[in-house]
Design a binder for this molecule. Structure first.
Ligand code: NAP
Ligand code: MG
Length: 402
């Protein structure tokens, strides 16, 4: 068969455990028979991160800056137990965190919608994509406990260190307590706004955003102002001619509207709201195995991945020689996302069409009743009795439908 040629490579970031196993099978069964795959390979598996003192992670992120498109397998973020298990030199940082810092990107998570797997929220018919700001607020905060009788102030100093102004946060004369100092940067919020508006235009989605500007009249209000300013000056005309809109409202109002909605928008969240709400949205759509994720940098670099982890429990079963039924859909979507984007950038329509065909074949496999174990209890379609396949059988069932 004539395989589809690629002009520019995709940056390939391999990972750990069960997802590393799926990674190889997805390539062998679903991609390489059809595409003459061109990748620049980086092994982000924990043993190689340890062997290279985590240099490989930094190099892979730099390669994304060079080529513009990457696909990443789930990776272990080591904790004390992993340091022991893998005999690591050090408790290396989260590779996703490192890559996000280097690319200064925003993560967008979108559910993969299949007939028969209905969200827990009855009205949701279309995907709700969540964009989370990944800088500042409580994630870079300083905190303290304050004793009874002490006072806490917010103090601002000039370049020379001299005090310019101070406000009393609280006089703790009535009893001891706690304080917290958080910050954000206009530049980071502006980059976030541009990433969100660009993503929405590309994916044809209106944008909903919420913060608490009525209570936080300077801090949250700044988010509202920066988003409004950038929308008015840079995006409004493009949005209107695409029939899209941007809506800012209070976060509580957004939450109420989201639940009542039928989906089909980008929900832009401040860091903490995004942390909490992304787990709510993912759970409400059914399965972590059906949630795709992409990191988009403000200068238009893309890194595609699954939203779930390395599925450790399944990996240990696999190592014991037992069959697993691990959902590969989100990892397939990481590959199709990257191939589609590569195809778009290079004017390679055959590659775009292949990626779309692979997605349709995957959806059809599940809609015809063939799926992995995690989806069986969620699947309800008249006249179709779901069949549980093991990890490889599922991939082969998709291949039959390509
Ligand atoms: P996880 O790998 O997402 O798995 C948690 C549980 O969710 C699994 O045990 C499984 O439940 C279910 N699950 C997740 N993905 C599934 C899939 N594709 N198919 C079927 N079931 C799936 O999260 P974790 O156990 O908290 O973390 C494991 C490792 O992944 C950790 O070392 C963590 O650092 C890493 N991690 C990496 C990323 C990333 O690279 N983006 C993200 C999160 C976590 P059952 O066991 O009930 O079947
Ligand atoms: Mg969370």
């Amino acid at each position: 068969m004539n395989r589809i040629k690629m002009k520019v490579p995709v940056v390939e970031m391999d990972g750990d455990e069960m997802t590393r196993v799926l990674w190889r099978w997805i390539k062998e069964i679903l991609i390489e028979p059809y595409v003459d795959l061109k990748t620049e390979y980086y092994d982000l598996g924990l043993p190689n991160r340890d062997a290279t003192d985590d240099e490989v992670t930094v190099k892979s992120a730099e390669a994304v800056k060079k080529y513009g498109v990457a696909v990443k397998c789930a990776t272990i973020t080591p904790n004390a137990q992993r340091v022991e298990e893998y005999k690591l030199k050090k408790m290396w940082k989260s590779p996703n965190g490192t890559i996000r810092r280097i690319l200064d990107g925003t993560v967008f998570r979108a559910p993969i919608i299949v007939k028969g797997i209905t969200p827990y929220v009855g009205g949701w018919k279309k995907p709700i994509v969540l964009g989370r700001h990944a800088y500042g607020d409580i994630y870079n905060s300083v905190e303290d406990r304050i004793g009874a009788g002490e006072k806490a102030y917010l103090v601002v100093c000039g370049k020379d260190g001299g005090e310019i102004r101070r406000q009393l946060i609280h006089d703790f004369s009535d009893g001891c307590g706690i304080v917290q100092g958080v910050h954000n940067l206009d530049g980071s919020v502006a980059a976030f706004a541009r990433s969100c508006f660009n993503y929405a235009l590309e994916n044809n989605l209106p944008v909903w955003m919420g913060a608490k500007d009525t209570i936080s009249k300077i801090y949250d209000h700044r988010f509202k102002d920066i988003f409004n300013e950038i929308y008015e000056n840079e995006f409004k005309r493009k949005f209107e001619s695409a029939g899209l809109y941007f809506m800012y409202t209070l976060i509580d109002d957004v939450v109420a509207r989201v639940i009542r909605s039928d989906g089909g928008f980008l929900w832009v969240c401040k860091n903490y709201d995004g942390d909490v709400m992304s787990d709510m949205v993912a759970t409400a759509y059914g399965s972590l195995g059906m949630m795709s994720s992409v990191l988009v940098s403000p200068d238009g670099m893309y890194e595609y991945e699954a939203a779930h982890g390395t599925v450790t429990r399944h990996y240990y079963k696999h190592l014991e020689g037992q069959e697993t039924s691990t959902n590969s859909v989100a990892t397939i979507w990481a590959w199709t996302g990257a191939l589609k984007k590569r195809g778009e950038l290079d004017g390679n329509s055959a590659l775009v069409e292949f990626a779309e065909r692979l997605e349709r074949a995957t959806v059809r496999t599940i809609e015809e009743g063939y799926m992995t174990g995690d989806l069986i209890p969620l699947f309800k379609a008249e006249g179709v009795t779901p069949v549980k396949l093991n990890s490889q059988e599922f991939l082969k069932a998709i291949a039959e439908r390509i």
